[in-house]
Design a protein around this ligand. Structure first.
Ligand SMILES: N[C@@H](CCC(=O)N[C@@H](CS)C(=O)NCC(=O)O)C(=O)O
Length: 202
């Protein structure tokens, strides 16, 4: 098995997931700054030219961070990070989707539409980046209201992939000057709880 990965939130969430599982996977660093992910050899692995990519020993290629994590979950079930029964699995899916669609997408649009690194990937609209930047505190405020019920993790009592996805958003926001507002105590406590785990130092 080999993980092609590098900088950015998606590789980061897979590395955190592997660390939570206690698994060592050989990794190959793909340099986004030199556009290694758009080189013909890499496009044979992922036609979208994105990282991370997991290559299995039989040559099977799995892309998409959550699909990679699901494969790891199936092959290494402990500790469970996708829930354990019908309700908890559904809640983890629900919160992972919400973290991706509501928070990750909003924060991600800021660099996507303003950073030099993405200028060839899409037509950038810097004004859209700014409206998304302004929307970020509102997204965290929504999560703060959700977490007001006192649950320790997004999907309930147990740490899951949803916390990894949303926690990586906290990290990405900091990288681009969008810290979680001080006034949002529930989210700040959750963020501290999640990101102080040893798995985040990868
Ligand atoms: N949906 C994919 C997104 C992968 C992705 O966008 N990766 C970024 C790095 S975090 C990338 O490779 N960006 C380069 C590009 O899109 O050109 C996933 O969940 O893995």
């Amino acid at each position: 098995m080999k993980l092609y990965q590098g900088m950015g939130p998606n590789s980061y969430r897979v590395r955190i997931f592997l660390k939570e599982k206690g698994i060592d996977v050989p990794m190959q660093e793909i340099d986004l700054m030199t556009a290694e992910h758009k080189a013909p050899d890499f496009l044979k692995l992922n036609s979208l030219g994105q990282i991370p990519v997991l290559e299995l020993d039989d040559g099977t290629i799995i892309t998409e961070s959550v699909a990679i994590c699901r494969y790891i979950e199936e092959t290494h079930p402990e500790p469970p990070l996708f829930g354990t029964d019908a309700v908890s699995r559904a809640k983890v899916e629900m919160w992972n989707r919400r973290a991706e669609l509501v928070i990750f997408a909003t924060i991600g649009n800021v660099p996507l539409h303003s950073d030099e690194l993405f200028k060839d990937r899409l037509t950038q609209f810097p004004a859209f980046a700014e409206t998304e930047r302004l929307a970020v505190p509102k997204k965290w405020a929504w999560l703060d209201r959700e977490l007001a019920d006192g649950r320790p993790f997004l999907a309930g009592d147990n740490f899951s992939i949803a916390d990894i996805t949303a926690g990586v958003c906290g990290w990405l926001g900091e990288v681009f000057g969008m810290e979680i507002p001080d006034s949002l105590g529930n989210v700040r406590r959750w963020n501290e709880r999640v990101r102080s785990r040893p798995s985040w130092n990868v």
